[in-house]
Design a binder for this molecule. Structure first.
Ligand code: ADP
Ligand code: NA
Length: 333
C-alpha cells in the first residue's frame, strides 16, 4: 500500500556538526543514491521551540540548506525545503496533537534532558509538543523510512505509536508505520570534551564539537585536545568497551573512511594518540574541507538557495496536501 519513501530533517538552529554530518547528512545523500524517493526538510518550526534570533535563523536556514547540498543531497533528485513554507506540517501537527497523549510526551528522554535542572513550567509549549510535530513531519508524506541518529530513535517510535492510535481510533489503515534507519558506526557521535554526552550544535563549548565550517587548523586543534585516557589504542575491539572517548574517536575515523571499527583497530591497534589523533584530523579535514568550501560558495548566492528551497517547498506541498486532506476527511472535517 505504501511505496518506499524516506523523510528526515535537521534543525537550522546553529552550526552543523560532524555528528549531524555522520549521523544524518552523509546518510541522507547515500539514501538518495540508492534510488529511493527522498524528502529532506530544514525544520525551522522545531528550531523556534527554543528562542532563535530572527536574522540568525534566516541565515542558519540557508546555511543548513548549503550543508545538505554540499554533503551530496541533490535538489534535482531529493525534495529539499524548509518546514515553515509548507503549512501542511503545522496543520497535521495540530491533528496529531489531538491524537498523542500528554503522558507519551512526558516520557520523552529529550524533553527530560532539556528540562533537567530547569523549570519545566517555563519551557515553551512547543518544546513539549515537539515530538508530535515531528510525527506530523513524517506522516504527512506517508514516509516509510526515517534515517536518524540514535538520539532520535525514541521520537520515531513515538511516531509509530501516534500513527497506530490514529489508525485504531478512526478504524483505518491511513498511516504507515515508519521505520527508523539507525545504521553504521556513527549513529551517536560523542562530545570531544565528555564521552558521555553527544556532540551537539547546542553544546555551549565549541571545543566539544567539530563544526562543518571549522578550518583545518581548528579541526586539528580540537582533535589534538580531545579528552582521552592515556593508554594506546587497544589491539582488539573488546579493548574499547570501557573506553568511551577512545571508542568515539575510532568510530569517527571508521565512519569518515567508510570502514568498520575493526578495520581501524587493525590498522592503529597498539599505537598512541600522538599517531592516531593527527591521522584522524587529516582524514576529517580531507572529508570536510570540500564540504565547507562548497558551503561558502553556495552561501555567496543566497537568492539561489532561496530559489532551490522555494522549488522544493512546491514539490513537498504537492505530496503533503492530499495526505493532509485525507486525514481531515477521516476525522470528519
Ligand atoms: P542537534 O541534536 O545537533 O541539535 P538535530 O536535533 O537537528 O541536531 O538533529 C539532526 C539529525 O542529526 C538527527 O538525525 C540526529 O539524530 C542527528 N544527530 C545529531 N547529533 C548527532 C550525533 N552527535 N551523532 C549522530 N547523529 C546526530
Ligand atoms: Na537532536
Amino acid at each position: 500500500k505504501f511505496k518506499p519513501r524516506v523523510f528526515s530533517g535537521i534543525q537550522p538552529s546553529g552550526n552543523l556538526t560532524l555528528g549531524n554530518y555522520l549521523g544524518a547528512l552523509k546518510r541522507f545523500a547515500e539514501k538518495q543514491d540508492e534510488g529511493i524517493e527522498t524528502i529532506y526538510c530544514l525544520v525551522d518550526l522545531h528550531a523556534i521551540t527554543l528562542w532563535q534570533e530572527p536574522e540568525a535563523l534566516k541565515r542558519q536556514t540557508r546555511e543548513a540548506a548549503a550543508a545538505f547540498i554540499a554533503s551530496g543531497v541533490d535538489p534535482s533528485r531529493s525534495v529539499l525545503f524548509n518546514q515553515s513554507q509548507v503549512s501542511a506540517h503545522a496543520e497535521m501537527g495540530w491533528l496529531l496533537n489531538c491524537v498523542a497523549r500528554m503522558g507519551w510526551m512526558n516520557r520523552m528522554t529529550q524533553w527530560k534532558d532539556k528540562t533537567q535542572g530547569k523549570n519545566a513550567e517555563q519551557q515553551s509549549l512547543g518544546l513539549f509538543a515537539y515530538p508530535a510535530l515531528m510525527a506530523a513531519d513524517i506522516l504527512v508524506y506517508h514516509a516509510t523510512m526515517v534515517p536518524v541518529g540514535e538520539d532520535q530513535k525514541q521520537h520515531v517510535e513515538l511516531t509509530r505509536d501516534i500513527a497506530a492510535k490514529f489508525n485504531h481510533d478512526y478504524k483505518t489503515d491511513f498511516f504507515p508505520m515508519p521505520e527508523p534507519l539507525i545504521e553504521g558506526t556513527a549513529t551517536r557521535v560523542m562530545s570531544l570534551r565528555d564521552g558521555t554526552k553527544k556532540m551537539s550544535k547546542s553544546d555551549p563549548s565549541d571545543a566539544s564539537r567539530i563544526n562543518l565550517t571549522d578550518d583545518a587548523d581548528t579541526i586539528a586543534k580540537k582533535f589534538r585536545k580531545a579528552v582521552t585516557d592515556p593508554a594506546p589504542l587497544p589491539e582488539s575491539l573488546e579493548g574499547l568497551a570501557e573506553r568511551p572517548e577512545a571508542r568515539n574517536l575510532v568510530n569517527i575515523y571508521a565512519a569518515l573512511s567508510n570502514r568498520n571499527a575493526e578495520a581501524v583497530i587493525a590498522e592503529f591497534g597498539g599505537q598512541g594518540w600522538g599517531t592516531f589523533k593527527p591521522a584522524l584530523a587529516d582524514l576529517a579535514v580531507s572529508k570536510l574541507e570540500p564540504i565547507s568550501s562548497e558551503m561558502s560558495r553556495l552561501m555567496n548566492d543566497p537568492a539561489e538557495i532561496d530559489r532551490i528551497l522555494g522549488a522544493g517547498a512546491e514539490q513537498a506541498r504537492a505530496i503533503a496536501q492530499p495526505i493532509l486532506e485525507g486525514a481531515l476527511d477521516i476525522m470528519g472535517m
